[in-house]
Design a binder for this molecule. Structure first.
Ligand code: ATP
Ligand code: FE2
Length: 326
């Protein structure tokens, strides 16, 4: 079975093609704002302009043309409404024009499914850390449940906001990581974990207020230490609570070496537990949508084209995952 997946929730317009569990194509084009954060209307215009090229590139990476596709999957949500619309429209028109079954998939669930496909994780606790999300998710009783999440802003968003105050261009996470390597003194910042939830806005405000008074490399170092320790503490609690022995770290912030190191240490210290990062597929991409779509289509078939809209606030734990057996 060949599934084509379309991702368009935020910065990235991506198309991936998966044939019987093998990734055949993963093409994408990312919108980068000239200044400041993401402008939803500019991002959606970017997706609209790039859709045809990304589709052609993806098909060209395979031996197939569009008529060979058995199922079209698209990111139905959560995400920015205008951006979701573009992916949804491209998916529906391809499905209608070529008479191909279609499914709408949950973006967060897709991050986990591509993580399972590309690492050997089978039933992980997932730490999903990106520009727009910070969640700890694990399968339990028929759904992927959110065991912990940010009470305010996402971790990537927190890093990008702090970076902006340091005049680092968007997205700021990678440069904060570079500067943090030069820092060595830990500066006192707020540490907020409540049960398995955490919060970053106080950390951003406090770190911004210290920029003129302390060494900024030390501040970047301390920001990462505090923010990542909160995430790892909450993830460890979720592992203890669920009894699961794999930790999957994914989303754009999973690229951070210090976060990976802290996750690896935590997993090692919890006897025999395993830590996984789906390196090439952490960022938003079309292959992850194809993988979740393929599993969904196999288990439950296609959906009614006319009833299939987007859902900007679709929560992970509202999503049916009929392909997973208890
Ligand atoms: P989502 O829709 O999943 O929230 P997104 O487009 O907002 O996606 P991603 O593309 O998954 O996010 O990731 C982008 C985020 O990752 C940005 O906030 C960026 O600063 C952060 N990031 C990228 N590389 C690093 C790094 N090395 N260290 C820390 N943060 C990073
Ligand atoms: Fe994402």
């Amino acid at each position: 079975m060949i599934t084509l997946g379309i991702e368009s929730t935020a910065h990235t317009f991506g198309i991936g093609i998966i044939e019987d569990g093998t990734i055949q194509a993963n093409s994408k084009d990312q919108y980068t704002p000239e200044e400041g954060g993401i402008h939803p209307s500019e991002a959606s215009e970017h997706h609209y302009r790039k859709a045809d090229t990304v589709l052609d590139q993806a098909l060209a990476q395979t031996d197939h043309d569009i008529e060979d596709i058995d199922c079209i999957a698209f990111s139905r949500g959560p995400g920015l409404p205008q951006c979701l619309q573009i992916g949804g429209t491209v998916a529906r028109s391809l499905a209608a024009q070529h008479d191909i079954p279609i499914v709408g998939v949950n973006h967060c669930v897709a991050h986990i499914e591509i993580g399972k496909l590309t690492t050997d994780a089978t039933d992980p606790v997932t730490l999903y850390v990106s520009g727009g999300n910070a969640q700890i998710i694990a399968y339990s009783g028929g759904r992927y449940r959110v065991f912990g999440e940010t009470l305010d802003i996402a971790i990537g968003n927190a890093l990008d906001k702090f970076a902006r105050a340091l005049d680092i261009p968007h997205p700021g996470g990678p440069e904060i990581e570079q500067r943090a390597r030069q820092g060595e003194t830990l500066i006192d910042l707020p540490y907020v974990v409540k049960g398995m939830d955490f919060s970053f806005s106080g950390l951003v405000t406090e770190a911004q207020s210290k920029i003129d008074d302390v060494d900024t490399d030390d501040l970047c170092f301390s920001f990462q230490e505090y923010a990542f320790a909160m995430l790892i503490e909450a993830a460890e609690r979720a592992m203890a609570h669920t009894g699961k022995d794999e930790l999957l770290v994914t989303g754009g912030v999973a690229a951070n070496n210090r976060l990976q190191e802290m996750a690896a240490t935590m997993a090692e210290e919890r006897d025999g537990q395993r830590f996984k990062v789906p390196h090439a597929y952490c960022m938003d991409n079309g292959a992850m949508i194809a993988q979740a779509g393929a599993r969904q289509y196999r288990a439950a078939g296609g959906e009614e084209l006319s009833a299939l809209g987007t859902d900007p606030n679709w929560r992970t734990d509202q999503t049916e995952v009929p392909w997973i057996d208890d």
